[in-house]
Design a protein. Sequence first.
Length: 124
Amino acid sequence: MKTIHTDKAPAAIGPYSQAIEANGFVFASGQLPIDPSTGLFPKGGVAEQTRQSILNAENILQAAGTDLKHVVKTTVYLANMADFGAMNEVYSQFFSEPYPARSAVAVRELPKGALVEIEVLAAK
């Protein structure tokens, strides 16, 4: 196993890694919509937060030597399922066919009051 870390994504806020590379895959931890240059969420709503979460995941994948085109599975956590459409619209700008497998679930609450958190699993 190899730990992946980049300053172009938020640092872990607990006892976990940004990502782990193992057996030809990169397992990225869920990415909150924190702008690593400011430590803050972007202004706006779930669309802007979705974009930042995906950009954070993309930067981690790049640090691991892969990219969004190699993502095979995502999990999207939403604080409110009513935000699914807005999240999906932004999400579709980052992924193309063949689309990764995906789960999208509503959760009671996300860290720091985020509206969305996204994790990815990518091949190398």
